[in-house]
Write a protein that binds this ligand. Sequence first.
Ligand code: TRP
Ligand code: ZN
Length: 878
Amino acid sequence: MSTSEQKTIYLKDYTVPEFLISKTELHFDLSADKTLVNSRLNIYRNPDCKKTNPDLVLMGEELTLIDLKVDGERLHPEHYTLDDKTLTIHNPSARFVLEISNHINPSTNTALSGLYKSNTMLCTQCEAEGFRRITWFLDRPDVMSIFSVTMVADKDEYPVLLSNGNRTGSPNIALADNKHAARWHDPFPKPSYLFALVAGDLACLKDSFTTCSGREVALEVYVEEHDLDKTSHAMQSLKNAMRWDEQAFGREYDLDIYMIVAVSHFNMGAMENKGLNIFNTKYVLASEKTATDADFENVEAVIGHEYFHNWSGNRVTCRDWFQLSLKEGFTVFRDQQFTAHQTSEAVKRIKDVNMLRTHQFAEDAGPLSHPIRPSSFVEINNFYTLTIYEKGAEVVRMLHTLLGETGFRKGCDLYFERYDGQAVTTEDFVTALEDANNANFEQFKQWYSQAGTPTVTVTTSYNQNEKTYTVSFEQHNNSPSTQADKEPLVIPIRLGLLDDNGKELNLHGEQTSTVLELTKAEQSFTFTDINTEPTPSILRGFSAPIKLQQTLSIEQKIHLFQHDKDAFNRWEAGQNCLSYFIFKTIDAIQNHHKVPPLPDELVGTFRAILQQPLADLAYQSLLLSLPSKAYLAEQMSTIDIDALYQAHRIVKQTLASSLQDLWLAHYHANHHVGAGTDSQSIAQRSFKNLCLDYLMALETDEVRSMCIQQFETARNMTDQIAALAELSHLDTSINVSYFDAFYQQWKNEDLVIDKWFALQACSETTDALHSVKKLTQHPDFDMKTPNRVRSVIGAFATANPLHFNAIDGSGYEFVADNILLLDSINPQVAARLANSLSHWKKFDSTRQQLIKAQLSRIQAHTPLSKDVSEIVSRSLTA
Ligand code: TRP
Ligand code: ZN
């Protein structure tokens, strides 16, 4: 399909549904290559709908119709019309029962949307529009109905039969032909995208949770038998999340059972289906031996995320898909608060901001930029973006900052109470926060409709005579997208002032930190009784998703790096110093000048931080880390990959050699083979592996043997993978034996083998592309397994900029070849890969031409999914 034929859906065209469904009864006779679906729908005309279209139009794709009945009577062919996307019932009455029988084929469903087969189990994925691949339905989130499900399947092949809600009747009922049946009923009305079923031969970890009102909830985590030993962390995470949501948001769980199922084939991270979450194995399974500390943290965060959706997403859902950030932005904010509570607030905030500024800012600066509430789309699956999720969470965070913790909580309470059981909009969310607090967020709402990352420029002036200090702001929205008349935004700026001794000044009474509310394009704030010119600490905690432009001297930056009481800004000041020198070094390389030295004060501050271990060792590791090359690249108008790599390396080597003894001492002090999973051990590992990373930049034989020693003796995955990552950049002839050993050790653990693939795909060695091509021929590589595709092709395209952007275009060509191969198998995952080709404007003209040539080649290919087609055409037209 060409671009012009793509059907664009607009928010402005939204109308309420013409029909509603009060009750949905589904009957499945399950088998891998022919499943029979019988549905019985109680349908009625929506009294709120003004339109007078006499027909009912149901959505359905890839279905084989067997039978159709209205109020018990078989429907004659002249009373309905069928095409490949819809089933139209002509002129039905105002209220009737529709019965549909159809077949589907789970085993050929490689798109992993609808009902599909993963290894030996059957499972579903219905968000956003997958339910229509199960049976014909009003598959839109504002049609909510009560689901009852009967599942029939072979007893031996599918002993476990799960669906949403509570089990009804006795355990599985035995039937003829070695079959059995299970019944489920979900008392909460829900949209079809939250429907789920799972059938398989699964092992289960059981536990229970007593809610704040004293109800007991059964908790069940289902996995393939061989993974049962990796489920305890997921279970503990679930219990932590349930307790936290009660305490932080007053939200209690509402069914008798909560189930999580881990599947190997999954397009994204996980799915919040009511009472029956389905997860990518990557976000469930964790044991010290096979999962890194980061994996453990991600499991808890994603389990939390899906659990929190039970209120922010399920009890209160989205009116239409333009409102996606209503549930995703809010739920990400909630999971961020949860992780901050479970781990370290400062560390969590720094990690989230790093991710946002590296990847969401890049998305928002390129051709795929869109507001957190988009106004149009072609394929909704392409809008599960960093903007909707991460920037959406930042917008909720700003509301939290503006209202304060108590006001925000009052607003959320009102939101959940007022809209429980409804499908609503982002406007409704903001209105609830306003109403509960007597606030006015009219101007703030621009954040929902305006794309792009605003820039805020700060200037300061001190008046010695009056003892006043004035901070002036100017905001600009530099979004490249063609959005007319950009109004000023409401931007909360948290600020503090430091004196020459690093002491915080009192701003209002005892307060040393205050939130300024920018509402105009230009605005100034004056502080009085300021006895000497202070050092400003601006945008504390990263209080708004903006680019701050501030001209601080290197001395001021170092002053903040040493003294700022705001943990985020202290870290940020250090990053600013380092970025400044890396950019200066890039400049010198490009102009063939002498590389500037790192100032002694900066090295001295690093030394001081290294010499004086902080209580929060994980935070200390971040203070001492270099800004990532990807984050630096995002800030360059034209990315010069080679100069960036060289400059980054030079600065790293300088810090490594100047502080060599300290890195080494801390490495040894914090290295314990096979340590535990408590937060102190985790922090020690991250600190120790940071030391190793600096030391490896020295390229000495001693350090290399130390790294090999760590690899060979590691008893936890964090240490083993950290060492292998270092070795992966050494010459292939050296590292091959370690990769072979690792493969032999872990060949039966898919998630570990994904890491094995990914590390090779990210290697900086000269023949990396050649190795990556070989990896796609490896017997363990499989285009039908998204995790595998992401670990090879995805990792190469997004985490190996050196080789992806090779000047001969070989990296782009390889990725484009694979996008086309994958498109006919799994368009959603193919479209995600295609995002990697959207940043062409950031490169020199040679690379721009090379990337555009690949985009055009993909665009010209037939057939092409609308998923990939939308991404490439938007990438090319911007
Ligand atoms: N709603 C899910 C979440 O963020 C993600 C999701 C959306 C998803 N669409 C999907 C997961 C398709 C898998 C496949 O929690
Ligand atoms: Zn979500």
